[in-house]
Ligand binder design. Structure first.
Ligand SMILES: [Zn+2]
Length: 281
């Protein structure tokens, strides 16, 4: 079950659900305007969140899409009167989805040919159990690098950051609340034969994310984390990236050396991350 929580004075979010791959959605409420972050994996998902955060039958003034993946954009048709904003790269990727059929057969076929992944195929079938009326609505406004939106007393900076997970990724920084909505940008590339991170992209992305003076970070498929927790995650990724480069992607050596560095037995997530960097090397 979803719950809707508040952080600070102006920000609400809905918790994720893993079986249908529903990500966290955000709502930033200013004195003049309201901005939603991501449209969700279905019209039901978007409507549920809007009902829980806005007045009866109203929708936000603006919605920002973090990247093109289905679970962040399929809910957009629920917001026909809302100005939608995405990076131009996101719009280009979304356009590619328009001709697709979403029947089980069509999805399975795309999994077979490698344009869809099993993980998403399963979640789509789970979210759309009894109907498959999926339409792709495109964003109204696109930007290249950065856009700043003044909602009245609270400002959202939407910044294109890219990264391994999706080359079109953007983040939303809610300045006055010091909240950095990460979307999926710090996750590995899932749309590949083997899930992977690359050394250069990871190091570049971390540097860009660390240029924001945030107190709270929101990775879309987990839960909000503190500055300290984000710092730990960033250090893990940076060290594993560095070791991957230094030991030329040799998994056994990286495991051994990283264990020496942390001076304890490795956790499961660390072993998994090392595997993902080795895959990307
Ligand atoms: Zn994603």
């Amino acid at each position: 079950m979803h719950t809707i929580n508040k952080i600070g004075k102006n920000f609400w979010y809905i918790t994720p659900i893993s079986v249908t791959d529903r990500p966290i959605l955000g709502m930033v409420v200013g004195n003049n305007k309201t901005l939603m972050i991501d449209a969700g994996n279905s019209v039901d998902h978007a409507n549920y969140f809007m009902k829980g955060t806005l007045k009866e039958d109203s929708s936000p003034d603006v919605v920002v899409l973090t990247h093109w993946h289905w679970d962040h954009i399929f809910g957009l048709p629920a917001l026909p009167h809302t100005l939608s904003i995405a990076s131009s790269k996101t719009k280009r990727e979304m356009e590619k989805l328009i001709p697709y059929s979403w029947s089980d057969e069509a999805i399975d076929e795309r999994v077979k040919e490698g344009t869809e992944i099993e993980f998403c195929a399963k979640a789509i079938k789970e979210e759309y159990k009894d109907h498959r009326d999926i339409t792709i609505a495109l964003p109204d406004v696109t930007f290249e690098n950065r856009v700043e939106i003044d909602l009245g007393g609270v400002t959202c900076i939407v910044q294109y950051v890219g990264g391994d997970h999706a080359a079109d990724s953007a983040i939303v920084y809610i300045k006055e609340e010091k909240i950095l909505f990460l979307g999926d940008c710090i996750y590995p590339n899932m749309y590949a034969k083997k899930e992977n991170y690359t050394v250069q992209e990871t190091l570049r992305l971390l540097e860009e994310l660390e240029s924001f003076d945030a107190e709270t970070y929101i990775p879309s498929h987990q839960k909000p984390i503190t500055k300290e927790e984000f710092h730990q995650e960033a250090t893990k990724l940076r060290m594993i990236a560095t070791y991957t480069e230094r030991y030329r992607g040799d998994q056994q050596v990286i495991l051994k050396e990283y264990e020496k560095y942390v001076k304890r037995e490795l956790r499961e997530d660390e072993i998994e991350t090392i595997g993902q960097f080795v895959n990307g090397f």
